[in-house]
Write a protein that binds this ligand. Structure first.
Ligand code: SAH
Length: 281
């Protein structure tokens, strides 16, 4: 079977995730945090302080504490209550819990200092009416953990949670999907473009060889992590009005260096719009 088609019908029920947590099968958890967030934090923050940052499918990601310690407000969503309790206890943070109005059975676990709020429910139960909108997103082990049949629903929800001038760091994985059933699921760049491309500027920041014994045990012989920045900003909305420019931009939206062309074209389009650049014949 070719590429992503091999995993199209695979679906992991919520119960299976809860069992993974109960059995301690959480090899995805990174005790020391993710090196790509450390490296590209400035790209996410873009010089801004006191942001609201969302961690979809957060598990017990230690990066939530990093960002809170830097003065940002962190919101997470996770179905496993065990994961959230482990987060607070391992990070030594006291917390309280409350029901979430409008979502039966859901709770929010909030650090007593008030800057970390973790919703214990399915991400699909959330909306901007409940959690508000965000200036930044760290999506690692989230889009790639979502069942392939739910990706569009997930992407539209995420788009609805983004503030106008916001940034979304997205980590995907590339490997031979015929050799491992996932999760994490294989998500090629074409899929990122089709899920998010009409709403934001997409730029590939880095492709990293992340192959380890764990991946060898899955039967793989390569495993890459790919980091993208999705920029939801006003200039993109302006550029969107020029359909031809968008088509040209799409052609250049490749991870292999093409994104530079796309961004240059984007800038030229804005200059054209502003009447700063004469049209070439
Ligand atoms: N982002 C975390 C966890 C990745 S594993 C990290 O980087 O460590 C994916 C997580 O998503 C699991 O903890 C699982 O329990 C949770 N999950 C799966 N489906 C979910 C859903 N529909 N809503 C919220 N959380 C979900």
């Amino acid at each position: 079977m070719a590429g992503a088609a091999a995993q199209r019908h695979r679906a992991v029920p919520a119960e299976e995730w809860l069992q993974k947590w109960a059995a301690g099968k959480t090899g995805f958890h990174q005790e020391h945090g993710h090196p790509l967030l450390k490296k590209y934090l400035d790209v996410l923050l873009n010089g801004r302080n006191g942001l609201r940052i969302f961690f979809p499918l957060c598990g017990k990601a230690v990066e939530m504490k990093w960002l809170a310690d830097l003065g940002h407000r962190v919101v997470g969503a996770e179905i496993s209550e065990q994961a959230l309790r482990e987060f607070f206890s391992e990070q030594g943070l006291p917390y309280r819990e409350e029901p979430v109005p409008g979502i039966p059975g859901a709770k929010v676990l909030q650090s007593t200092s008030g800057n970390i709020s973790l919703y214990c429910c399915s991400i699909y139960d959330l909306s901007s009416a409940v959690v508000g909108k965000f200036d930044g997103v760290w999506d690692r082990g989230a889009l790639v953990a979502v069942n392939p049949c739910d990706r569009e629903r997930y992407a539209s929800l995420m788009i609805s949670l983004m503030e106008k001038n916001s940034s979304y760091l997205l980590v995907t994985v590339l490997y031979d999907p015929n050799k491992h059933k996932g999760p994490p699921f294989y998500v090629p760049e074409s899929e990122i473009t089709s899920l998010f491309g009409s709403q934001c500027e997409i730029k590939c920041l880095e492709k990293v060889d992340a192959f380890s014994d764990r991946h060898r045990d899955w039967g793989l012989d390569y495993f890459l992590e790919v980091l993208y920045i999705l920029k939801f900003d006003l200039s993109r909305l302006q550029a969107n009005r020029l359909t031809s420019s968008e088509q040209i931009g799409r052609v250049g939206s490749s991870c292999r260096g093409g994104f530079i062309i796309e961004w240059e074209i984007g800038a030229a389009v804005l200059e054209l719009q502003a009447g700063l650049m004469p049209l070439a014949q």
